[in-house]
Design a binder for this molecule. Structure first.
Ligand SMILES: CC(C)(COP(=O)(O)OP(=O)(O)OC[C@H]1O[C@@H](n2cnc3c(N)ncnc32)[C@H](O)[C@@H]1OP(=O)(O)O)[C@@H](O)C(=O)NCCC(=O)NCCS
Length: 201
């Protein structure tokens, strides 16, 4: 089976969680940072296909799913959805915990579960959609990232969405270069990196 991009299917969720962990430290394997391997994807991957399955696409070969792009068409609505349906169970399951001092970073992710996420950023009007993309190392550098962004952009355009944004850490210069090559432009610098936007009209 050649490398194929296709719409998300619920059976892809496990692979999405694994790939999120394997690419979660500035694009590299983050497994050593977390005792609980699911926390990172609870934050950055899982809720997107559950809330808005039509905005997730996966790339797969004969061995299985090798990468994904997850997104929401409407970030404000997505944050309202997370507040109502996603966070309450996770906040009960994972109460805030102190840093155990052993280098593990679970407490940092858990603290984020308990934040109030903004529903009204100034750039939401121009770029209401937002996304995350991750490919396993064996799928990188072959044009697949560009194809996934183009696939998502086409799907969002069909729904009349005018723009797409994302956040990228300054620790991930490879991803910053990639986003520039596929058309994203700087929206604003942040303490941790950059917000980038891609117009779709
Ligand atoms: C970042 C990522 C999505 C890019 O996907 P990819 O399939 O490797 O990139 P492509 O092959 O489609 O490259 C598209 C363009 O970006 C450029 N590019 C991609 N990765 C790059 C890098 N690390 N450094 C410089 N340029 C890069 C390519 O040269 C290409 O340019 P061109 O089309 O103008 O010749 C992928 O490498 C990845 O998943 N990395 C690990 C996880 C990650 O960092 N995710 C982003 C978190 S914010």
């Amino acid at each position: 089976m050649p490398l194929t991009i296709r719409p998300y299917h619920p059976s892809d969720l496990g692979a999405i969680y694994r790939i999120c962990l394997l690419t979660g430290e500035a694009g590299g394997d983050s497994s050593h940072l977390y005792r609980n391997p699911d926390l990172l994807a609870h934050l950055y991957a899982g809720p997107y296909p559950v809330a808005d399955p039509g905005s997730t696409f996966v790339a797969a070969d004969e061995q299985g799913v090798v990468g994904y792009i997850v997104a929401t068409a409407d970030s404000a609505e997505f944050e309202r959805w997370r507040e109502e349906y996603w966070w309450p169970v996770l906040r009960t399951q994972y109460p805030p915990v102190d840093d155990p001092g052993d280098g593990s970073q679970d407490h940092v992710l858990i603290a984020r579960f308990h934040e109030t996420w903004p529903t009204d950023e100034p750039y939401f009007a121009e770029f209401p959609a937002h996304m995350h993309i991750d490919l396993l190392p064996r799928a990188q550098g072959q044009g697949l990232g560009r194809r996934l962004v183009e696939t998502l952009a086409a799907a969002l355009r069909e729904r009349g969405v005018p723009g797409l944004h994302l956040g990228v850490s300054s620790n991930n210069p490879g991803a910053i270069a990639f986003y520039g090559r596929v058309g994203f432009r700087l929206i604003e610098e942040t303490p941790w990196g950059r917000m980038l936007g891609l117009g779709l009209t």
